[in-house]
Ligand binder design. Structure first.
Ligand code: ADP
Ligand code: MG
Length: 729
């Protein structure tokens, strides 16, 4: 019998890097080659159309439908020069990935022939047959069809022979069926709220935009090895597999030399990403063997989210070409680090001020403190919801377990900033701020040395760390759409800023000086949000206890975390900021619970299959080999001595028998738990049942399988082992 595992290992070992042609141009020259950016808009659109479109993009003015035709014409011309024949509305449904349906440019010409056509109408709006996208019942409830609508703030791009048009996906009654629509609303909300607060400091500010710089972690596994791991193929993670004797204990992988085949993959990926306008900057090995990271330079949030979605699908394609498979799952291997997607987030004004960066003058620093403290207020008030925004069946393995980042949201500020906030909180207000008659005012807000602030961030256990000029939200899952976390963060910060402004204005109305009023409110908020500040070790048990005392959300069950979306405080926050309505939140939660259930259900099925068809037969086969050996030894040496000499084999025979029995009953129980759970009516209750009764049964089975892996002859084992999956590349 051929053992596919050994064939795969041999194949994988023989592979050499696939070098791609060296680019003749410099990155700055091929950057955004396949993006209809401003430069191309200017070239391919009439001047008046160009100006109107830029106004829509920069100032959020309404798109004048009369220019849509001209824009479409320009896009088509540019696209055709690149050999493009099709176009698609590209959107982000609630299934983590992206969706597209390609249509050719061709139309009947009315004379029996065809012409290439692309109109403004087709650019602006479409009705994808959306019945198969998750919608949590919205489309049934409202008897509304879904349609996709062009988002002019994210430029169209070309992939292969297709022009991709970023779109939102909503129902005819206006409910969001995707991530982009609420993301855009949240960006608008934070823009409005932050701009108003900026006016305390500078009346010229017209717009505040959100920055996002994501860091994408991922694993690469050789394709041949992958192909003989049905669990990786169907669920994205290994459902079984004993630890490799060597894994990450030497800390020798992080920032180590990048393996050649991987380096070739990275180069290829970067060129293609740059051509699509993704400003790739950093690449390195991550902590776990086989784990890597890619990070571009930060961009405007909506664009950064789109770019991350494009990158994730590009990675899959390019990996394939290099005979790898990319694993975006948050926890593909037990016992070693999982993958996340750090979201570096900050706000910038159109006057060029980074609002999360300290300044030179006391006034600048007051503004800085306002934005820091109100961000903390948002995170404090909605810490449970923020956690929910990054929770999923897959990220559950990181957040629920004792791994980076922990399942409690807290914020690390570093010494400098902590000291500054303490100073403002504790100092006598008169010392902090006095209006000294005609001489102007005195503001005692100490300067923060820039260099020191750059060094603040090295607390890797904090899920929401201040890192010098931004916050880094580290709990986001590697597979997730960044938008989910950004929607909540932006909306929560918008709410906090609005609330801040109302209170400051009220004090001003009572006759207080503006700066004095700001300081009053800030001092109050520094006290209020103090429980969210934590600079210690986020993985420790003491912190769990302490966090509970502080009233932070300590829930670690994924489906239970989703309840946070439907708290009255969350609903109020989403509704007042105009980001989402109650019915949208309810519908989206149905989808979240459904998705959770389905993921665990698939894993449970794959696991049942694998253990009954791979593990148990192999173990039994080995057991009979051993039994034969014992028998023949007894024949040769007689009963007593034969048994003595084969004592070890007899023990293994027994161990295999016991473990396979436990596995068999485990699988039976697993199937029964599923049957019971499947009968449960509500999506929420069903997800809870899957979490509480199905998932733990899988862990119990895995334990036995991993023990068997250690005793069964390596020669017979059919599933590539951890050491092979992690170290061959
Ligand atoms: P780390 O040290 O955490 O690995 P990097 O220096 O590699 O971080 O940067 C991580 C990401 O943060 C990059 O995408 C970078 O462009 C982004 N970033 C830097 N400054 C800001 C900022 N002010 N706002 C948002 N993102 C930023
Ligand atoms: Mg980082």
């Amino acid at each position: 019998m051929v053992n596919l595992r050994f064939e795969a290992v041999a194949q994988a070992f023989r592979k050499r890097p696939i070098e791609t042609a060296v680019m003749k141009e410099r990155p700055s020259e091929y950057f955004a080659k396949y993006v209809f950016n401003r430069q191309k808009m200017y070239k391919y659109l009439p001047v008046d159309v160009y100006e109107k479109l830029v106004d829509v993009i920069d100032n959020g003015t309404r798109l004048d439908r009369s220019i849509a035709d001209a824009v479409a014409e320009g896009m088509k011309q540019w696209a055709q020069e690149h050999g493009v024949t099709h176009y698609t509305h590209w959107f982000q449904p609630l299934t983590e990935g992206t969706a597209e349906k390609h249509d050719a440019f061709v139309e009947h010409d009315g004379k029996g022939g065809m012409i290439e056509e692309f109109s403004g109408k087709l650019l602006a709006q479409q009705e994808p047959d959306a019945s198969s996208f998750p919608n949590g019942g919205i489309r049934n409830t409202f008897e509304a069809r879904g349609y996709s609508a062009w988002d002019p703030t994210s430029p169209v791009f070309i992939i292969d022979d297709t022009l991709c048009i970023p779109t939102i996906f909503i129902s005819y009654t206006g409910e969001a069926l995707d991530y982009k629509a609420p993301l855009l609303r949240s960006l608008h909300a934070v823009n409005v709220a932050a701009t108003e607060v900026c006016h305390y400091f500078n009346k010229d500010v017209k717009k505040v935009s959100t920055n996002l710089g994501w860091e994408q972690e991922y694993f690469l596994v050789d394709e041949d090895l992958y192909s003989v791991r049905p669990d990786l193929m169907l669920t994205g993670r290994t459902l079984m597999g004993h630890d490799s004797a060597k894994n990450q204990q030497m800390d020798d992988h992080y920032f180590g030399t990048i393996p050649e085949r991987v380096q070739a993959f990275m180069k290829d990926l970067e060129v293609q990403a740059l051509e699509l306008g993704i400003p790739c900057k950093t690449r390195h090995n991550e902590v776990a063997p086989g784990q890597f990271e890619l990070a571009p330079i930060f961009e405007e949030c909506n664009l950064a989210v789109d770019h991350n979605m494009v990158l994730m699908s590009l990675m899959k394609k390019v990996a394939h070409k290099h005979h790898f498979r990319v694993l975006l799952h948050e926890k593909p291997f037990a016992g070693i680090n999982g993958s996340g997607k750090h979201n570096n987030w900050s706000l910038t004004t159109d006057t060029g001020i980074l609002l999360h960066k300290s300044g030179k003058t006391a006034e600048d620093n007051l503004r800085f403190v306002v934005f820091i403290v109100e961000t903390l207020m948002a995170v404090y008030k909605h810490n449970g919801l923020l956690k929910a925004s990054v929770m999923s069946a897959t990220n559950d393995h990181r957040l629920g377990a004792n791994e980076a980042p922990p399942a409690i949201i807290s914020s690390f500020l570093g010494r400098q900033l902590s000291d500054l906030l303490d100073h403002i909180e504790l100092a006598d207000k008169k010392d902090l701020f006095t209006v000294a008659g005609k001489k102007g005012m005195k503001l005692d807000i100490p300067e923060i040395p820039e260099l020191l602030i750059d060094n603040t961030d090295r607390n890797r256990t904090s899920p929401f760390a201040f890192t010098g000029n931004r916050f880094e939200f580290r709990a986001v899952g590697s597979e997730a759409n960044c938008a989910s976390a950004m929607i909540v963060l932006n909306a929560a910060v918008a709410e906090a800023l609005t609330n801040f402004k109302q209170r400051v204005d009220a004090l001003i109305a009572k006759g207080e000086d503006k700066t004095g009023a700001i300081i009053d409110v800030i001092r109050e908020d520094i006290k209020t949000c103090k429980p969210i500040r934590f600079d210690g070790n986020g993985y420790s048990d003491e912190w769990k206890e302490e966090a509970r005392k502080r009233g932070l959300d300590c829930e670690s069950s994924c489906p239970a975390c989703f309840d946070r979306y439907l708290n009255e405080a969350s609903i109020r926050m989403f509704e007042t900021t105009g980001v989402m309505k109650r019915n949208e939140l309810e519908a989206r939660n149905e989808v979240k619970w459904e998705t959770y259930t389905k993921k665990i259900q698939i894993e449970a099925r794959v696991m049942g299959d694998l253990v009954m068809n791979h593990i148990v037969p192999v173990a039994t086969h080995y057991q009979s080999q051993l039994a034969k050996n014992v028998q023949s030894m007894i024949e040769i040496f007689g009963h007593e001595e034969g048994k003595q000499l084969t004592a070890r084999n007899i023990n293994i025979i027994k161990e295999i028998a016991e473990r396979t029995q436990l596995i068999e009953t485990g699988v039976e129980e697993l199937v029964n738990a599923r049957k019971v759970a499947n009968k449960i009516e509500g999506a929420r209750e069903r997800a809870f049942a899957y979490h509480d009764t199905v998932a733990p049964k899988m862990a119990a089975i895995r334990y036995q399988v991993d023990k068997l892996e250690l005793v069964v002859s390596d020669e017979l084992w059919t599933l590539p082992k951890y050491r092979e999956l992690l170290f061959i590349r």
